[in-house]
Design a protein around this ligand. Structure first.
Ligand SMILES: NC(=O)c1ccc[n+]([C@@H]2O[C@H](COP(=O)([O-])OP(=O)(O)OC[C@H]3O[C@@H](n4cnc5c(N)ncnc54)[C@H](O)[C@@H]3O)[C@@H](O)[C@H]2O)c1
Length: 434
C-alpha cells in the first residue's frame, strides 16, 4: 500500500482520505485551516456527511491530520489536491488555492505524483505542468483525477464509483494512480489530462441541463394542466432518457453544479465559443428559484410584507449541511426583500445559513418554524419532512398554504386536511391507468 497526502480537508478531501484509508493506504490529510485540523485531531468532524465520522474513526491509525504543508508534502509519493475552486465574480473558476498548493511543493528530488481532484478548467493541468517544468520540478508527475461524489452519499459514491477517470500524459503514471483505487469495482478510464478535466465539467453540465429541462417542462405543465411527475415517469421509462435527474423542483444548488456550469460557459467563451445551451440552463435555474414567490403571492396576495413564511430545509439537498448556492439562500433573500418574516429550519445546516443570510429567524424544529406561519415552503426534501404531523401543523399555522418545492408531499392528504398545497408542475389529480 502507498502513502498518500490529501491537500484540503473539506468535503472531497476528507472523504478521499477516509476512503483511501479504508482501501488500506496510509495517508496524511493537510489543511491550512488550523481550526479544522484541531477539530479533526480532537476526534471531531468539521462537516456533516453521513458515515464519514465512523469511517475516519475506524481508520484513524492510518490517517494523520496536519496543517504543516512541508511535513505533509514530503511524507508521500502521491499528492491529492482537493482544495476548493470557487467561482469568481466573472463566473470563472478561482484557481488561487490550486496555485497556493503548488507553491507549497517542496523543491526536493522526491518522486511525487501531483493528482488534481479539484474541479479545474480544461487546460489547467497543462498550465500546471508548464509551471512545474519552469520551476525545475521535473521530479513531479501530473495527473487529473476528477471527483464525482455527491454530498450526502459521498462515501458510497467513492467506494462504489460509476467510474474512475485518470488523465495523464504518461501511461506509467496513469497506471500507478489507477492502482491506488484497487479494491473499487468500477471501470477506470485513462485518458489525456485535458479530456479528464472536460469529462468532469461535461458531466455536471449535462446533469444540470437535465434538471433545467424538466423544470421547464414542469412550468409548461402548470400552464397546460399536465402533471410533471407522470410526464417524468413516462419519459424515464425510455432507456435512452432514463429516470434520473428528472425530478422537477425549485432549482439546483450546491457547491458544484452552479459553479461548474458557469465555469464551463466561461471556458467556452474564453476559447471563442458561445455555449448557448448553458446560458439557458443557468437562467432557467435562477428563475425557477424565484417562481416560489409568485406561488406564495397567488395564495397570500401581492403584499408579503408582515407575512410569516416558514422554510423547511435550508441545505442545498438532504443529508448535507452545505448551503452554497442553495435555493433557500435566494428564496430567503427574496422574501426578506419583500418584507416577509422568514423562519427557517434545517436539521443540520442552520449554523452555515446563519452566517450567510442574516435577518432570518431560525427555529429549533419544523413545528417551531410552522407556529404562526402563513405559508410553508418545503425547500429541501429531508426525510423528516416526509412524515410531518400535518394535522398538528394545521392547528398551529395562521394560514394553511404549503408550497412543495420538491414534489415529495402527499398533496391529496394535505388537501383533505384543509391545506392548499402547490407543487412544481403538478396538481392534485388521479393518474389514469391503461
Ligand atoms: N463538494 C462536492 O460535492 C464536490 C464533488 C466533486 C468535486 N468537487 C470539487 O472538489 C474541490 C473541493 O471541493 P470541496 O467541496 O471539498 O471544498 P471545501 O471548501 O469543502 O474544502 C476545501 C478545503 O481546502 C482547504 N484549502 C484551501 N487551500 C488550501 C491549500 N493551499 N492547502 C491546504 N488546504 C487548502 C480549505 O481550507 C478547505 O478546508 C472543488 O474543486 C470542487 O469543485 C466537490
Amino acid at each position: 500500500m502507498s502513502r498518500l497526502t490529501v491537500v484540503g480537508a473539506g468535503y472531497v478531501g476528507l472523504v478521499t482520505a477516509a476512503c483511501m484509508a479504508e482501501l488500506g493506504h496510509d495517508l496524511v490529510a493537510m489543511d491550512l485551516d488550523e481550526a479544522k485540523i484541531r477539530t479533526l485531531n480532537q476526534g471531531g468532524i468539521p462537516i456533516y456527511e453521513p458515515g464519514l465520522a465512523e469511517l475516519i474513526a475506524a481508520n484513524r491509525q492510518r490517517i494523520e491530520f496536519t496543517s504543516d504543508p512541508s511535513h505533509a508534502y514530503s511524507s508521500s509519493e502521491f499528492l491529492f489536491i482537493c482544495v476548493d475552486t470557487p467561482p469568481t465574480p466573472s463566473g470563472d473558476a478561482d484557481l488561487s488555492r490550486i496555485w497556493q498548493a503548488i507553491d507549497n511543493l517542496p523543491p526536493d528530488e522526491g518522486n511525487h505524483v501531483l493528482i488534481t481532484k479539484s474541479t479545474v478548467p480544461v487546460g489547467t493541468g497543462g498550465h500546471v505542468q508548464a509551471e512545474l517544468a519552469q520551476r525545475g520540478y521535473s521530479h513531479i508527475a501530473y495527473v487529473s483525477n476528477p471527483e464525482f461524489l455527491r454530498e450526502g452519499s459521498a462515501i458510497a459514491d467513492f467506494m462504489h464509483a460509476d467510474r474512475v477517470v485518470v488523465g495523464a500524459d504518461k501511461p506509467e503514471v496513469a497506471r500507478r494512480v489507477a492502482e491506488l483505487y484497487a479494491g473499487i469495482d468500477c471501470p477506470v478510464l485513462t485518458t489525456d489530462v485535458a479530456s479528464a478535466e472536460m469529462i468532469k465539467y461535461a458531466s455536471n453540465a449535462f446533469l444540470a441541463t437535465k434538471i433545467s429541462f424538466i423544470n421547464e417542462i414542469a412550468n409548461v405543465c402548470e400552464a397546460t394542466g399536465a402533471d410533471v411527475k407522470v410526464v417524468a415517469e413516462g419519459m424515464g421509462l425510455d432507456h435512452r432518457i432514463g429516470p434520473h435527474f428528472l425530478q422537477a423542483g425549485i432549482g439546483y444548488g450546491g457547491s458544484c453544479f452552479p459553479k461548474d456550469v458557469s465555469a464551463l460557459k466561461q471556458i467556452a467563451g474564453n476559447s471563442g465559443y458561445h455555449f448557448q445551451l448553458l446560458n439557458a440552463v443557468i437562467e432557467v435555474n435562477e428563475l425557477q428559484k424565484r417562481r416560489v414567490i409568485g406561488k406564495l403571492k397567488r395564495h397570500l396576495g401581492d403584499e408579503l410584507r408582515g407575512k410569516q413564511i416558514a422554510l423547511l430545509g435550508l441545505a442545498f439537498k438532504p443529508n448535507t449541511d452545505d448551503i452554497r448556492q442553495a435555493s433557500s439562500v435566494v428564496l430567503a433573500g427574496r422574501l426578506l426583500a419583500e418584507g416577509a418574516h422568514v423562519v427557517g429550519y434545517d436539521p443540520v445546516a442552520i449554523d452555515n445559513m446563519r452566517e450567510t443570510v442574516p435577518g432570518v429567524e431560525y427555529a429549533a424544529s419544523s413545528m417551531d418554524a410552522l407556529q404562526g406561519s402563513d405559508a410553508c415552503v418545503l425547500v429541501t426534501e429531508w426525510e423528516e419532512f416526509l412524515d410531518l404531523d400535518w394535522a398538528q401543523a394545521k392547528e398551529i399555522m395562521a394560514q394553511h398554504i404549503v408550497v412543495d418545492g420538491r414534489n415529495v408531499l402527499d398533496a391529496a392528504a394535505l388537501t383533505a386536511l384543509g391545506f392548499t398545497c402547490e407543487g412544481v408542475g403538478t396538481r392534485p389529480r388521479r393518474r389514469h391507468h391503461a
